[in-house]
Structure formats: structure tokens, C-alpha cells
Design a protein around this ligand. Sequence first.
Ligand code: GDP
Ligand code: MG
Length: 199
Amino acid sequence: MEIKKAAFVISNTDVRKCPTGQLPEYAFIGRSNVGKSSLINMLTGQKGLAMTSQKPGKTQLINHFIIDDSWYLVDLPGYGYARLGASNRESLRRIIETYILMREQLSNLFVLIDCRHEPQKIDVEFLSWLGENGIPFSIVFTKADKLSYSRLRENVEAYQQKLLETWEELPPIFVTSSEKKNGREELLDYIDSINKSLY
Ligand SMILES: Nc1nc2c(ncn2[C@@H]2O[C@H](COP(=O)(O)OP(=O)(O)O)[C@@H](O)[C@H]2O)c(=O)[nH]1
Ligand SMILES: [Mg+2]
């Protein structure tokens, strides 16, 4: 699948204000700086797209982008910002959780993980929370261009082993580089297959 058209729609903190209608959506989440905006720009082929929602004055929370008039990409904030105060972090957590639990149009959540790091507690716990709540998700390793092929394979393998300590089955796993456009076709084809299964 190729994306022909992509446009920013709305940015908000309130699930009830997200676009109405039945179009399926695919949300991206992960720690700050993991590469969410870059991945959305890479997938759509529009460099400044995910930045649009980050203009001062606009909230940076739940950002909807309409794709080819038929589905949405959604940029979510990161979880576990260390630098936010406890009450800000708590309200951010509530917004993310409410979106994930309440948004019926959410067809799949992509959880982004920097391929350079060892499994982090916060990510592993977040994945468990998704499992407990029956949320369909996939894992997307980002910044693959920052590692040699052998280190990359080692890290992805180690991550899978870690997950298999608690999961019986692994979710779909993608390895991407927004810099080199790796994983683009795989991700878009995956989204396309879900879209088609929904008709
Ligand atoms: N080398 C490399 N850098 C990346 C990649 N993806 C993101 N980055 C860089 O990582 C930083 C954070 O990316 P951004 O998309 O803003 O992360 P976000 O906070 O999750 O939205 C930026 O400096 C990006 O240029 C990638 O695939 N390869
Ligand atoms: Mg971003």
C-alpha cells in the first residue's frame, strides 16, 4: 500500500473530542524521543506532517491525521516522562489510558521501542497493561540505522526472549528506520491488511 494523501485533523486532550465516525485508526505510542513523529512522517512521506500538531498553542496530546480519506494515524504522547511533575504525569497517564481503553475505532496500537536499549521496565509494564486490557498492539523497533545488523538482531532477539518470560505468544514485530525508510512497506501492508479485514 502507498499513502497518497495525509493531513492533520485535530489535536486534543479529550477522547470525546476525537473525530467521530467509524474510520479505523492506528495509534503510535512510546517514550519521548523514541521516534513517533519521524515514523509518521516517514510512513506518509510528508516531512513536516507530525510537526504540524506541535506548533505552540496547539496541544500535543492526541493528534489525528487523516490518510487517503479512509483511515487515521494517531500520534500519542509518550508515557512516563521523568521530567514532568507527578500531577502532570498522572493527568497525562489518564488521557492516554482513557484513549486506549475507550476509543472503539482504535484498530491497532503500535508501541515504539528504541532498538538500542535493553528492555526497559516502563515499556515491559506498559505492554503487560495492554495485554491485561485486551488491546491489540504491535511492537515497532525504531532507529535501526543506529546499530550494525548483528547488534540489531541480537537486541531484537533479546527483547523477544524477555517478552517470552511473561507472554505465551509474541505480537507482530517490526524493525524500522525513519532515516533509511526501513520497515515502511511492512508497516503499511500490515495496516492495509487490517483495514481490509474490517470491511
Ligand atoms: N538515526 C535516526 N534518528 C531518528 C530516527 N527516528 C527518529 N530519529 C531522531 O530521534 C529524535 C526524536 O524523534 P521524534 O520523531 O521527534 O521522536 P518522538 O518524540 O517520539 O516524536 C529526532 O532527533 C529524530 O531525528 C531514525 O529512524 N534514525
Ligand atoms: Mg513527537
